[in-house]
Design a protein around this ligand. Structure first.
Ligand code: FES
Length: 142
């Protein structure tokens, strides 16, 4: 008896997942499956929107309360890797003072993820640049 369509689809999906893990590593895969902090934010303290040289646009929203980033979120119309990197950028911003957020770089995002293929490193830089744009707007409100 031949496998059902559902079995075929599940096997295909598993092969795709294994390819992603092999290329990007477990940390990127997990974050891709669960991109924490995805979504818009109502009335953020700071908002950054940057279009990278790849043509993808990322947005990051920051909420500053009592001198600390209490919340952060992102949207992106870009690749899966851009969502992964923006998610890490938000995580690195939360619970930090503006000075700490200013220190977040693309290299730091790559470090959290363990590794990124050379062709995707620019996604981390776009996330860091968008975070800094959102931080600039926060600073303007202080
Ligand atoms: Fe544009 Fe990843 S390819 S952000």
């Amino acid at each position: 008896m031949s496998p059902s369509f559902d079995e075929f689809a599940a096997k295909l999906q598993e092969e795709i997942n294994q390819d992603i893990i092999q290329t990007y590593g477990e940390k990127v895969y997990e974050r891709w499956r669960n991109p924490r902090f995805a979504g818009c934010m109502e009335s953020p303290t700071g908002y950054g929107r940057v279009t990278g040289s790849c043509g993808d646009t990322m947005e990051i929203f920051l909420r500053l309360e009592n001198g600390i980033v209490s919340d952060a979120s992102f949207t992106t119309d870009g690749c899966g890797c851009s969502a992964v990197c923006a998610s890490v950028a938000c995580e690195l911003a939360i619970a930090k003072e503006p000075e700490g957020v200013a220190d977040v770089t693309g290299e730091m995002i790559v470090q959290v993820l363990g590794r990124l293929p050379e062709n995707d490193v620019h996604c981390a830089y776009l996330a860091a640049e968008t975070l800094q744009a959102a931080l600039s707007e926060c600073m303007a409100t202080l």
